[in-house]
Design a protein around this ligand. Structure first.
Ligand code: SF4
Length: 335
């Protein structure tokens, strides 16, 4: 795959937080992947796996401890003042909580125009018309511009957050669990809006979620994270049909199947115990303390991320032997 097709590339990115002497929280611990231009890349994993920290590190809200992040071939953490300004325009974020992320004392007009005021210095009629246009893009109307956040429902607030993210015509958006605080009935509407924006504006998304069922429907490719590490990466279709990593299998097995016959046969894989602390992750494979397929070598050797089929990567010792690749149980129950 050519580098020029990529919008964002991560190479062995680590983000560690130093808690106190001899204690380091390894929130992100050596993650590498690329996001193609125009792609909806889903990043999933349980809370605390480091996915939001990674999203924030890409957007320069955190400095990586090690590794490189490039946006259109430019290393984002080595940008000069002018380049930082351009990166701030080109890369935006949609936040999880549409209640906390909007200033309750500001009118929608000013919330959406925040970036325009700083970067574009729009004034008067021009500013007003740009905000109205953005409100219409996200399915609201210009009458909403003169109201305050508390006058809106959760779904409408998230639309305001999306309009704010779009104001500077970004190329790349990190959507950090944008639907998890919303009612189920509203989630699909917001997801449809994001897909429409991806299509019509050619946007590239990193869509962060803990729910694999929703991510599957909207993502072109999906990365699965566990305890600061990427454990599997492939297309959405391939991940669902033929997951390789035992953690992905467990996440998928928890999703109800709409077909009643298949749903009766579904056997959820119950993971034992809690996700370990990223301050003292297990040796070898970080998933080994909960993995139903763990072997002796899993405690001793860190599994490398390898490509087992074209574009399908996993980090698991089960596939060290080629004969172990073909395990179609999950595929059979879901097709
Ligand atoms: Fe399980 Fe071992 Fe694979 Fe880790 S490397 S996921 S512990 S089988």
């Amino acid at each position: 795959m050519k580098t020029e097709e990529m919008m964002v590339e991560l190479k062995d990115v680590k983000k560690h937080f130093y808690i106190r002497k001899n204690q380091t929280l390894k929130a992100v611990d050596g993650v590498s992947f690329s996001i193609k231009k125009g792609e909806m890349f889903g990043l999933v994993g349980e809370s605390g796996c480091g996915k939001s920290t990674l999203g924030r590190t890409i957007l320069r809200l955190y400095e990586p401890t090690e590794g490189f992040i490039t946006f259109k071939d430019q290393i984002v953490h080595q940008a000069n003042a002018q380049q930082k300004k351009e990166l701030d325009r080109s890369m935006q974020m949609i936040f999880q909580d549409p209640y906390a992320s909007l200033n309750p004392r500001s009118m929608v007009m000013d919330i959406i125009a925040e970036g325009l005021d700083v970067h574009r210095h729009l004034r008067g009629k021009e500013r007003k018309e740009r905000v109205w246009e953005l409100l219409e893009t996200v399915g609201l109307s210009k009458e909403h511009a003169n109201r305050y956040p508390h006058e809106f429902s959760g779904g409408q607030r998230q639309r305001i957050g999306i309009a704010r993210a779009l104001a500077l015509q970004p190329e790349f958006i990190v959507a950090d669990e944008p639907i998890s605080a919303l009612d189920v009935s509203i989630q699909a509407q917001v997801v449809n809006l994001l897909q429409k924006l991806q299509r019509e504006h050619g946007l590239t998304f990193l869509f962060i979620a803990h729910d694999l069922s929703m991510v599957r429907h909207i993502s072109d490719r999906i990365g699965v994270m566990y305890l600061g590490k990427l454990v599997e990466l492939t297309t959405s279709e391939q991940l669902y049909k033929k997951p390789l990593h035992p953690y992905t299998e467990a996440l998928l097995s928890a999703i109800p199947i709409p077909d009643p016959d298949l749903e009766d046969k579904r056997k959820p894989i119950l993971l034992k115990g809690e996700i370990p602390s990223p301050i003292s992750p297990p040796s070898g494979c970080v998933f080994r303390t909960r993995c139903p397929k763990a072997m002796e070598k899993c405690a001793m050797m860190v599994p490398e991320m390898k490509e087992y089929e074209p574009g399908h990567y996993a980090a698991c010792h089960l596939y060290d032997e080629k004969s172990n690749w073909d395990h179609d149980e999950v595929a059979m129950t879901r097709e």
